[in-house]
Design a protein around this ligand. Structure first.
Ligand code: NAP
Ligand code: ZN
Ligand code: ZN
Length: 346
């Protein structure tokens, strides 16, 4: 077995605390890498608090993982000891169904295996990146460029791919008016990609204090959603809204900001269902859509794109002991724009 230490939630009502556990032995097709940095995603908080569904406890969250390879199995071809490596939200899938064969492992018809709060093919719970080391099948391990700051690359593994994938799928770019709803971890990456792809990008935010940051990130416009006058200026305006909001919000109100044939893309996952009247979609023949993370080929494509275009996340590096405080700030929308745990503090 591979001995690991990390931070775990023992139940949905307890704070994260140090916990020792075992990972599987490195198999012939496995890569083991020591974790240097792990990003803090709002999904970590949703899951340790059982906000979506009953979780598997103890739970070690974390799916924005980067580090250095320390061991490879005898059949591993993609990696050698000393290479930089990364893992995102997935550590396995059937690799055989129609969706897996198309590199869309996140939509595996037999159920993709999450990096934590999931069970591997051996039935053993998976444990995430708030830990010192991880063992993953080589197919699910990604290459990272040494040209970028490794800590700032970590959030690309979830916040990056979750926003890159829908923008690519809907071919958002030049000539499109894109609204990014919510300027947090996902939102700030959506702004960077939207701008890089040539769209006119507007941030729709509840936080007036984020206006200057939105501009610095490259956004062309900023709309404070509580300001009726500002909102009136963008009624029927957008081709796409990329909705990254983590809490309950009024989707029909935001859909009124779409122009004819506009698409509202949900990537945020509020615990509560949303109410969407038929009128919100039939008036203007609009679409309500959604997107989940990204498959392995597209995640590698996104990492390579970021290396080529010098795109990373804006981060605040934290000590793992401060994780509960970071969660409290994240819930208040006070994150600029991704917390990343320095695993040397473990
Ligand atoms: P985050 O950093 O906390 O950002 C969420 C942002 O939403 C906040 O900064 C805030 O931005 C806005 N917001 C929060 N509460 C709001 C409310 N009640 N009404 C309107 N806006 C509100 O979270 P994140 O890590 O980016 O994750 C965002 C969501 O995406 C989470 O639900 C997460 O679970 C989900 N997620 C989904 C996928 C996927 O595959 N689809 C992948 C990763 C994460 P402003 O201050 O600008 O208003
Ligand atoms: Zn995530
Ligand atoms: Zn599959």
């Amino acid at each position: 077995m591979t001995l690991s230490k990390g931070y775990a939630a023992q139940s949905p009502t307890t704070d994260l605390a140090p916990w020792n556990f075992e990972r599987r032995e490195v198999g012939p097709t496995d890569v083991q890498f020591d974790i240097q940095y792990c990003g803090v995603c709002h999904s970590d908080l949703h899951q340790i608090r059982n906000e979506w569904f009953p979780g598997i406890f103890p739970m070690v969250p974390g799916h924005e993982i980067v580090g250095k390879v320390v061991k490879v199995g005898s059949n591993v071809k993609k990696f050698k000891v000393g290479d930089l490596a990364a893992a995102g939200c997935l550590v396995d899938s059937c690799r055989d169904c129609e969706n897996c064969k198309h590199g869309l492992e996140q939509y595996c018809l037999n159920g993709a295996i999450g990096t934590y709060n999931s069970r591997g093919k051996d039935g053993v719970p998976t444990y995430g990146g708030y830990s010192n080391t991880i063992v993953v099948h080589e197919y699910f391990v990604l290459h990272v460029s040494d040209k970028l700051s490794l800590a700032a690359v970590a959030p690309l593994l979830c916040a990056g791919i979750t926003t890159y994938s829908p923008l690519r799928h809907w071919k958002v770019g030049k000539g499109h008016k894109l609204a990014v709803l919510g300027l947090g971890g996902l939102g700030h990456m959506a702004v960077k990609f939207g701008v890089a792809f040539g769209a006119e990008v507007t941030v729709l935010s509840t936080s007036a204090a984020k206006k200057a940051d939105a501009k610095k990130l490259g956004a062309h416009k900023f709309v404070l959603t509580s300001d009726k006058k500002q909102v009136a200026g963008v009624k029927g305006y957008f081709d796409f809204i990329l909705d990254t909001v983590s809490a309950a919000h009024d989707i029909k109100f935001y859909m009124s900001l779409l122009r004819i044939h506009g698409t509202h893309i949900m990537v945020g996952i509020p615990p509560e269902p949303s109410e969407v009247p038929a009128f919100s979609v039939i008036n203007g023949r609009k679409s309500l859509a959604g997107s989940s993370i990204g498959g392995l080929p597209e995640t590698q494509e996104m990492l390579d794109y970021c290396a080529e275009h010098n795109i990373v996340s804006d981060i605040e590096l934290i000590d793992i002991k401060d994780i509960t405080k970071a969660y409290e700030r994240m819930v208040k929308g006070d994150v600029r724009y991704r917390f990343v745990i320095d695993m040397a503090t473990l």
